[in-house]
Design a protein around this ligand. Structure first.
Ligand SMILES: Nc1ncnc2c1ncn2[C@@H]1O[C@H](COP(=O)(O)OP(=O)(O)O)[C@@H](O)[C@H]1O
Ligand SMILES: [Mg+2]
Length: 225
């Protein structure tokens, strides 16, 4: 399996209280899967994705992604993992305001040390694939919400990251644009044979998944569609 979660427990402490979010969660995700994880607000979706993205630690259990023991990574190993193995798309696009769409999409490659000419070529190709070739010199404030999110999708796909982690990537969009952005993300992930893990409260997106789970009470349950 490409992603293996085994008995993952995660709690947060706040003052004297401990909030238990994941209670021994176990799941496996195959190479090339589109995995949609649904759950109510507050059930731990962002926590789970942050754990897969080596942003949050766990209390116990195992998180293995592409053979890497994510729970065991040192600080610098986690940095490299986030730069090279996984790619994140968030509810807010987090584009840099002072940079054009093209520059924003190039950035992950520049951070990997790729030459700017090559990064520019690849970023242009991706912006064309997300239907924004006419907007490459626009800055985020000159783009609509849906366009900005498509730029964020292009940015997430520019490196060779084999796993795309998307956290409510359409949470700020109207229904029509939300569906467009998710179907674009799913199509590109499939074309490039990447694993896509999409967490959402929107059950409509289950139709896009090849493997679907419900997150509830700190556990994942397979949804058979
Ligand atoms: N850094 C934190 N410190 C304390 N509690 C947190 C923290 N992050 C999330 N939580 C709590 O953990 C639970 C799960 O949060 P989250 O993973 O953001 O859920 P979701 O993304 O499904 O809405 C919530 O009850 C939330 O309040
Ligand atoms: Mg969340």
């Amino acid at each position: 399996m490409s992603i293996d979660l085994v008995s993952v427990c995660k709690s947060y402490t706040q003052g004297n209280a401990s909030i238990s979010v994941l209670n021994g969660l176990t799941a496996s995700i195959d190479e090339g899967a589109v995995c949609v994880i649904c759950g109510e607000s507050g059930c731990g979706k962002t926590t789970l994705l942050s754990i897969m993205g080596a942003i949050e630690s766990i209390d116990s259990g195992k998180v293995s992604i592409q053979g890497i023991s994510v729970h065991d990574l040192s600080g610098s190993e986690a940095d490299a993992f986030r730069r090279n193995v996984v790619s994140l798309v968030f509810q807010s696009h987090f584009l840099l305001d002072d940079f054009t769409a093209l520059e924003n999409v190039m950035l992950p490659l520049i951070l990997q040390g790729v030459r700017s000419r090559i990064a520019k070529k690849r970023a242009t190709e991706l912006l064309e694939r997300v239907g924004l070739i006419e907007r490459i010199i626009h800055k985020p404030q000159e783009l609509s919400g849906g366009e900005s999110q498509r730029v964020a999708v292009a940015r997430a796909l520019i490196t060779d990251a084999s796993v795309i982690l998307a956290d409510e990537p359409t949470g700020n969009l109207d229904q029509e644009n939300a569906k467009k952005v998710v179907s674009l993300l799913v199509r590109l992930a499939k074309e490039e044979k990447r694993i896509l893990v999409l967490v959402t409260h929107n059950r409509e997106f289950l139709t896009f998944g090849t493997c679907n789970y419900e997150l509830s009470q700190g556990f994942l349950q397979t949804i058979i569609t």
